[in-house]
Design a protein around this ligand. Structure first.
Ligand code: ATP
Ligand code: MG
Length: 559
């Protein structure tokens, strides 16, 4: 597992800390989601990193909800996050925490800051605070309330808590430096007044701590050693350090890494929520969503996602990972373990004229040529079959080795057949059925099976096949970076979902359990969707068989 040590700069930092016996050699991380949406694949990177490091170093990783913003957070999100972390294969044991567990302590720390002259109550409006803050090129202006006495600040802060003032009328601010080149250090807000029902503390509080204040203290209270976060927080690190130093409490180390960006999708919870609320997708778990729950429903495995997170590595530089790499990971995983079956997505009827009407043969079919231990199954063959409409051409172009008038193909696990006659709809001219003959000497596995033909097709027996709906997915967005335009929604893929509702699958799939994954021969990997009910089968295509990752890597001068 530690074979990436040299490429993961965070592990290098930890190795150094252990060598120097910093924190007595302890390693303690945390994954700190805000419960304001469902987790996405970017969070998976952070989860694998934080829990993975703890595992690797024999340390601990906490799950902590950063629930300091009651207006956007709720219990549904808390529950989904817990189940997603577990599904990915990680466990916080008894270390499930909430920043709201610390509200009382955080309040006491704030009182301590006031007493030390390091925080003050400010009556400027939000807009005024913004104006006074200055810009990157101009220093800020000090608030007229900055020099209130400790007594007055203590009194006002207590009354803020008691609910004497209206929302937004006052804030508690750190007294740092209005001329700091780092805007985050220009007397940042630590507490605001907000009457909102909190999903855990109810109406107990009407003041809530800001993230930049609650986060370092939560880390400190939990004894976290390495507080790993994404690069947007690099500019906040001086404030992280200031809060802990001003209070003289245990001081974890914040380390930043580059967030995962994935092509053809968006990754912020805010944007994903818009897609859900505006009905562009069916929900947070729509199989096209980059959410953990969407990927799970689509049929992704935790192993493939963990493998992906391992491969993308951990660095500081901004990059966009092509989604083909994620697809490559699930293909590799399922290639090794998904049973192969036959399913016809767009059926075309085939009648074998020289095959007896009432005969049914059970043919042996291997479940996975990559893994003989997976054994074999019996597939029924009979006179009337269905093949894929695309596998027949009346006027075959060059290099088309599938079925055409007068041509022969092999039916997988079965016989060589020859197309003798094409029946068309008189009005539309559409091909409605093919009449074929079969060669009884060519059954797969027979000693007389000596003839070779170029094409091999999958098929199902008409009398035995089970109907199914199949959902084919394309990228959710047409552009590699949908966010390069002012409104990312303009780049939504108009046909990212295609529903095929007259598919036919092998009879063995009638009993498939939701979540079962298969390779449909020549079509890709599929997963039984929870929408399957009352004998109706619905399959999601997880990914096609065609791997584009190697090609993309090559084009990028690949590694
Ligand atoms: P979003 O903008 O999607 O809401 P966030 O950073 O606000 O993301 P949090 O719930 O606060 O979401 O994130 C929890 C943890 O996951 C944080 O440590 C955050 O840095 C990390 N994280 C979020 N997005 C990514 C990403 N794309 N890649 C890696 N880590 C991420
Ligand atoms: Mg956020």
């Amino acid at each position: 597992m530690s074979n990436t040590t040299s490429t993961n700069f965070i592990k290098n930092i930890i190795n150094e800390d252990i060598k120097n016996n910093k924190n007595d050699g302890r390693v303690h991380t945390r994954f700190p989601p805000e419960p304001n949406g469902y987790l996405h694949i970017g969070h998976a990177k952070s989860i694998c990193l934080n829990f993975g490091i703890a595992q690797e170093y024999g340390g601990l990783c906490n799950l902590r909800f950063d629930d300091t913003n009651p207006s956007k957070e709720n219990v549904e999100y808390v529950e989904s996050i817990k189940s997603d972390v577990r599904w990915l294969g990680f466990d916080w044991d008894d270390r499930l925490y909430y920043a709201s567990d610390y509200f009382e302590r955080l309040y006491e720390y704030a009182v301590q800051l006031i007493k030390a002259g390091k925080a003050y109550v400010c009556d400027l409006s939000a807009e005024e605070i913004r104006e006074y803050r200055g810009t990157l090129t101009e220093p800020g202006k000090e608030s007229p309330y900055r020099n209130r006495s400790v007594e007055e600040n203590l009194d006002l802060f207590e009354r803020m808590r008691a609910g004497e003032f209206s929302d937004g009328s006052r804030v508690l601010r750190a007294k740092i430096d209005m001329a700091s080149p780092n805007l985050n250090m220009r007397d940042p807000v630590l507490y605001r007044i907000q009457r909102a029902k909190h999903h855990r503390t109810g109406d107990k509080w009407c003041i809530y701590p800001m993230y930049d204040y609650a986060h370092p203290l939560s880390d400190s209270i939990e004894g976290v050693t390495h507080s790993i976060c994404t690069c947007e927080f690099e500019d906040h690190r001086p404030l992280y350090d200031w809060v802990l130093d001003a209070l003289g409490v245990y001081h974890p180390q914040q380390i930043e890494f580059a967030r995962l960006n994935l092509s053809h999708t968006v990754m912020s919870k805010r944007k994903l929520r818009l897609l859900v609320e505006e009905g562009h997708v069916s929900g947070w778990d729509d199989p096209r969503m980059p959410t953990i729950s969407g990927l799970r429903r689509r049929g992704y495995t935790p192993e493939a996602i963990r493998d992906f997170c391992e491969r993308i590595g951990v660095a500081k530089a901004y990059s966009i990972v092509n989604i083909a790499m994620l697809e490559h990971c699930i293909r590799e995983d399922l290639n090794a373990r998904a049973p192969r079956v036959m399913a016809v997505l767009r059926p075309l009827k085939v009648i074998i004229d020289n095959y007896p009407e009432d005969r049914v043969e059970m043919l042996e079919a291997e479940n996975n040529p990559e893994n003989p231990a997976m054994g074999s199954r019996q597939v029924p063959f009979s006179r009337v079959l269905y093949i894929e409409r695309d596998d027949f051409r009346e006027d075959p172009p060059k290099k088309f080795f599938r079925l055409a008038p007068g041509r022969e193909v092999r039916l997988k696990h079965a016989y060589i057949i020859k197309c003798e006659r094409v029946v068309k709809d008189e009005k539309t001219g559409e091909v409605v059925e093919l009449h074929c003959t079969y060669d009884p000497q060519t059954r797969s596995g027979m000693s007389t099976e000596t003839r070779k033909v170029k094409g091999t097709l999958h098929w199902v027996s008409a009398a035995h096949a089970v109907p199914a709906e199949v959902r084919l997915y394309d990228h959710l967005f047409v552009k590699e970076n949908p966010e390069e335009d002012d409104d990312f929604r303009k780049n939504l893929h108009p046909n990212s979902l295609e529903i095929l509702d007259s598919c036919l699958v092998e009879p063995g799939l009638a009993e498939a359990a939701p979540g079962s994954r298969y390779q449909f021969l020549r079509q890709g990997y599929f997963c039984l969707d929870p929408d399957s009910a009352d004998g109706k089968l619905v399959f999601n295509r997880i990914v096609s068989l065609k791997d584009t990752w190697a090609k993309i890597q090559k084009a990028q001068g690949g590694k």
